[in-house]
Ligand binder design. Sequence first.
Ligand code: G6D
Length: 341
Amino acid sequence: MKLTERIFGELNGRKVKAYTIENERGLDITAIEYGCTITEIKVPDLNGKKENIVLGFDTLEEYIQYSPYFGCVIGRNAGRLGQATFEMDGIPYQLEKNDGENNLHSGSNGFHHVIWNSVIEQKEDEISILFSYMSRDGEEGFPGNLDVKVVYTLTNDNELIISYHAKSDKRTIVNLTNHSYFNLSGNLKKTILNHELTIDSEGFLELDDTLIPTGKIIPVEGTSFDFRSSHPVIQGIMSEHPQTKIVGGGIDHPYLLKHQHSPDIILLDKESGRKLEIETEEPAVVFYTGNMLENTFAIRGKQSEKHLGLCLETQKLPNQIQDIRLEKDQAYTSKTKYLFS
Ligand code: G6D
């Protein structure tokens, strides 16, 4: 295992470190202290050609200017909160309305936009980056001083394990995820439309026209949202289903995971031979097919476009306050494992 560390950029007078961890099987990952953002994951293809498989940038400025959450941690609360408000113990909390009338991904100064502290833990067959941040009581409108840790571990078994830990001195809400956009073709040479996907889920949450869950669970059976057996993503996008249209021509929905099969999710690009298997402790995953990616900026020289990457954001069901409450001094823990081959 090999670790290199460098300064990626500077923001408000504070240097932002980048870490690159390489294992002994040709896999390497780069992450920065800004938003715990994964900027690159390089995986060999079936001919051993190592290429990047996530959407990301090489400069801090581009993350600040363009990034639709490329690679970053999302918190305190992933997803959308209707009317950007929630109630706890009879007290209403008002968050930023950064997505129409709603709050998306905790607001413009959520965890994706803060500079995290970091330390490295090195073992024989794995290296971890331990990111930490103290989110102050009232930050972004949330109650409680929240002490958060996000750990990225790369192993010699080609696993990236992301674990989350949090504790608050007051009852609050927490729902953390990673927002990497995957594209297994390598260096974004193709869109994700022909990637084959399997999701072990029988139902997804219906969204209203502001993308807030209505509370209704729609069975995948007989719909273009059914990925219980592996097939190309495009079949889930070229659909007349009203829920496909409501999210801009694709999928952008929370799926309830059954955890009957292991792994929960399989993504495969037959042409490159690359595969990603995801195993998570979380009850749900937001599958987002990059419907709102616009062609208004370049990504390492490649013009951004719709469906250039897809997200599989493991998390608790968004907007269900009772599922994302964290009691005073209760330990929040969550783990998701990404296996690359
Ligand atoms: C869109 O609705 C989607 C979100 O799920 C995604 O996180 C964001 O784009 C980047 O708003």
